[in-house]
Design a protein around this ligand. Sequence first.
Ligand code: NAD
Length: 292
Amino acid sequence: MTDSVVCGLIGAGIGPSLTPSLHEVEGARQGLDYTYRRIDLDQLGSTVADLPRLVRDARDLGFRGLNITHPAKQAVIECLDELAPDAARLGAVNTVLFDEGRTIGYNTDWTGFGRNFDRGLPGARVDRVVQLGAGGAGAAVAYAMSTRETRNLVIVDYERARARRLADAMAVLFPAARIDSADPADLPELLTDANGLVHATPMGMAEHPGSAVPAALLRPDLWVAEVVYRPLDTELLRAARNVGARTLGGGGMAVYQAVDAFRLFTGIEPDADRMYAHLTDLVRREELEAVR
Ligand code: NAD
């Protein structure tokens, strides 16, 4: 055993998060004495206003790093000494590293989506992409697609102003691309000449059953990438497979954001396939318990 590693997750309502288990089990398999704590704002009766104190306490108590989730990904930036360039451009941090007294923010949501995309849909054409959902996951996904040379990205959300804000922000960051927003009613036309569709709304989760995309709009030559991973297989993915389209599930994004954070925390390259198998196991177990 090497020195102990203590990390944590700050967010609200994070009881069901699978990230602590992904880190701890992989840490043990790497021979580390690795502890990953939940720091739940709701349970502590805290808000984002308490973040400076919580981050400082974690650093002073010898934590190696923190993951940050809703609603703290933007607010945590005020608590940092330094920001990795991509996290600064994206304006969101999901990983904080304590490095020789300095507190440094990273974003592994977008790298997680990107690595999952490259691995799961190799060779996919990305010139024209339609993205559904302009929330937190949507921002990471839009950034990842833009770094993969998407020339034409259209962001669709039924909160039209949200879609416009994200498209405008991405257009500033990636001036060589054409990045627009549109209304869900425009989907049939938008998808006609798209290479791929990225789904980043909560539709398809147990609490939001169904699909945000009518099956009739799917085609064999339109790849579909999903961010929802609870369940691992969604109605949208099934419909896309049914028409013979290439698909990518959301589980890989959840795993790779943890893979990239684990590497930052420990300096060790974790076994991504083993972590993916672990995530699959955790989600399947959850699904079985839900139907009992
Ligand atoms: P969010 O609430 O911040 O944003 C969701 C957006 O989707 C909102 O802007 C909403 O208006 C829009 N929307 C909802 N239904 C829609 C529909 N039918 N048509 C058009 N727009 C619609 O949520 P988020 O944090 O971005 O999370 C979205 C999903 O991504 C959740 O299911 C979450 O679990 C998942 N997620 C996955 C990962 C991963 O690692 N795979 C990471 C983060 C989030």
